[in-house]
Design a protein around this ligand. Structure first.
Ligand code: SAM
Length: 211
C-alpha cells in the first residue's frame, strides 16, 4: 500500500498532522522545539531550512506558522509586533515550489495579513464543542467539498475561551494524546482530515491509499 508523503512544518504536538494521517498520508513533522508527544516521524529543525533541503522528498507540504503576529488575542498580552512574521516568508517560499501545499493560520491573518481564505473552518462544522475558527490557503491544487454551515454563534454547548489550556479543551479538539499546552496551539485534526481527503483526490492517490 502506497501512501503519499506530506511534510508538516511547525507541527507542534501534531493536530494538523493527525488529520492528514487520517486522510491517508504518511506524515513527517518539523518543529524547532522538541516534541516528545508528536505521534509520527519527527525532525527538530527550523522550518525554512528543512523545507529548502527536503521539499523534493514529499508529495505535498503543510505549514502552520506561529499565529501571534496576527492574532488579536496577542494584543491582550502584549503586542503583535513582538512576534516575528513567519507567515509572509513561508507563503513566499512555498510559492516557489511546484508541489501542492496548504498553509493554516488564524482568521486575522486573512483580514489583516497575506493569507487567502480558501477555507474558513469552525469546529461546529465537524460536530465539535469548540469554535476554533481557522483559515487555510492552498497552493498548486484545487478541491471543493460542501460542509454544513458554521453554527458557533449563540451555541450554548461550546467550551468557552477561558477553557483553553484545560485537558477538556484538548480532548474536545480531538487531540487526546497532547499536553494541555499542545492543545492550546493545535487545530482539530478533523479540519485537515477534511482538506487532506480533497488533496488525496487531487493527487489521484485516494484509491491507492484506501486499497
Ligand atoms: C501554532 S503551533 C502549530 C500547531 C500545530 N499545527 C497543531 O495543529 O498542533 C506553531 C509551532 O511552530 C513552532 N515554530 C516556531 N518557529 C519555528 C521555526 N522557525 N521552525 C520550526 N518550528 C517553529 C513552535 O515551536 C510551535 O510548536
Amino acid at each position: 500500500m502506497t501512501r503519499p508523503r506530506i511534510l508538516d512544518l511547525f507541527c507542534c504536538e501534531g493536530g494538523t498532522s493527525m488529520g492528514y494521517h487520517l486522510a491517508g498520508f504518511d506524515v513527517v513533522g518539523v518543529d524547532k522545539e522538541p516534541q516528545p508527544r508528536y505521534p509520527f516521524e519527527f525532525h527538530q529543525a527550523d522550518a525554512f531550512d528543512y523545507l529548502a533541503a527536503h521539499w523534493q522528498e514529499f508529495d505535498a507540504i503543510a505549514a502552520s506558522p506561529i499565529c501571534q503576529t496576527w492574532s488579536r488575542a496577542t494584543e491582550w498580552r502584549g503586542s503583535r509586533s513582538d512576534h516575528p512574521d513567519l507567515l509572509t516568508p513561508m507563503l513566499a517560499a512555498l510559492g516557489e515550489l511546484p508541489v501542492p501545499w496548504v498553509v493554516e493560520n488564524v482568521p486575522e491573518a486573512a483580514t489583516d495579513g497575506p493569507l487567502r481564505p480558501d477555507y474558513l473552518l469552525c469546529g461546529t462544522q465537524f460536530g465539535l464543542r469548540v469554535k476554533r475558527h481557522r483559515v487555510f490557503q492552498r497552493g498548486n491544487w484545487t478541491g471543493f467539498e460542501l460542509l454544513p454551515p458554521c453554527q458557533c454563534y449563540r451555541n450554548p454547548n461550546l467550551l468557552a475561551f477561558e477553557h483553553k489550556g484545560e485537558r477538556a479543551f484538548a480532548d474536545a479538539l480531538g487531540c487526546e494524546w497532547m499536553t494541555n499546552l499542545g492543545g492550546r496551539q493545535a487545530i482539530p485534526p478533523a479540519y485537515t482530515e477534511h482538506i487532506g481527503r480533497q488533496l488525496m483526490a487531487f493527487l489521484g492517490a485516494d484509491q491507492v491509499a484506501a486499497a
